[in-house]
Ligand binder design. Sequence first.
Ligand SMILES: [Zn+2]
Ligand SMILES: [Zn+2]
Length: 134
Amino acid sequence: MKAITLLKKYQLRKTAHRLGILQFFLDESKPISQRDLQSKFPDCDRVTIYRILNLFQEKGLIYRIVDTDKVVRYAFSKPQKEIHHHEHIHFKCEDCGNISCLTDITAENFPLPEGYTIRNVNFLVLGTCKKCNQ
Ligand SMILES: [Zn+2]
Ligand SMILES: [Zn+2]
């Protein structure tokens, strides 16, 4: 998939940085931190990167996780029919480093006590993925 096609599909104006960053997400299977982006795109300032990440997140193009080293990273989210939120468990494979969405295990299924509401889910499960287990 090409970044330019996706920007069009999501009705986002195309700028060189948006294209570059989105393509980087598409090419990279591992989650990317703001610092990775900064070193990959040295001519793009922090605020621009931050805005692009926010925009992509809002559109459901990428999702945010807090990684095991406590660093916030982002990963590309396969396009869905509707804007896709990531209120489910994410699984990080400790062998290959890939992160997958376990979409069937959602926040709605969490047995929260009465009177509690969820605003944000930050759930990362560690282990070995299907591919690495084979
Ligand atoms: Zn793996
Ligand atoms: Zn997800």
